[in-house]
Design a protein around this ligand. Sequence first.
Ligand SMILES: CC(C)(COP(=O)(O)OP(=O)(O)OC[C@H]1O[C@@H](n2cnc3c(N)ncnc32)[C@H](O)[C@@H]1OP(=O)(O)O)[C@@H](O)C(=O)NCCC(=O)NCCS
Length: 163
Amino acid sequence: MKQQKSAKTNPKSNNLNPKSAMAPEMTQQTDIDDLVIREGIDGLTPARIVTLYRRAPLLRPVSDPERVWSMFESASLVLTAWQGGRLVGIARVLTDGVLFSYLCDLAVEPDVQRLGVGKRLINAVLERCKGTELALRDSDISAGYYAHLGFKRVENAWVRRAT
Ligand SMILES: CC(C)(COP(=O)(O)OP(=O)(O)OC[C@H]1O[C@@H](n2cnc3c(N)ncnc32)[C@H](O)[C@@H]1OP(=O)(O)O)[C@@H](O)C(=O)NCCC(=O)NCCS
């Protein structure tokens, strides 16, 4: 396994705990009182990520934790949601910081889904990626979610696997 690098942080990073520098409107968006959003990969381990992704569920190469860890080491922005010491949500983003951002992963523990954790993570991503266009791929179960949060479906997206 690769050596864990220091946290991937935005230079403008703050701990996004509501008690810190979070925008006021971002403090009221969850039914979980003690939810804390953090930036970077500190506190994450391959096992913790894989456990959350299996449970959410989020289809990623969870049978290969080293590969999953590489996805996190290469990300531009990682935001995590914590309830006490428990990891309950992850958002992983690639961004150029100017025009385009891509929300690669969004996953929330099932027992705290529909309590505003995902919305808090997305709002924190939007805050960090301000000025860029945030794109993502949905799934059958999450399409309605993104529509609900103000995302628009586009018809001019194309994908091709690089082989
Ligand atoms: C999709 C997911 C990230 C949503 O996170 P969450 O914390 O449960 O969602 P939130 O509580 O932040 O929901 C915010 C709002 O969206 C609504 N919502 C949640 N899931 C929804 C869905 N599937 N369809 C429509 N609306 C939905 C909530 O009711 C809430 O509405 P409100 O703001 O009016 O109260 C979470 O369900 C999950 O991890 N799913 C499995 C993995 C997955 O599908 N990830 C996305 C892959 S593209």
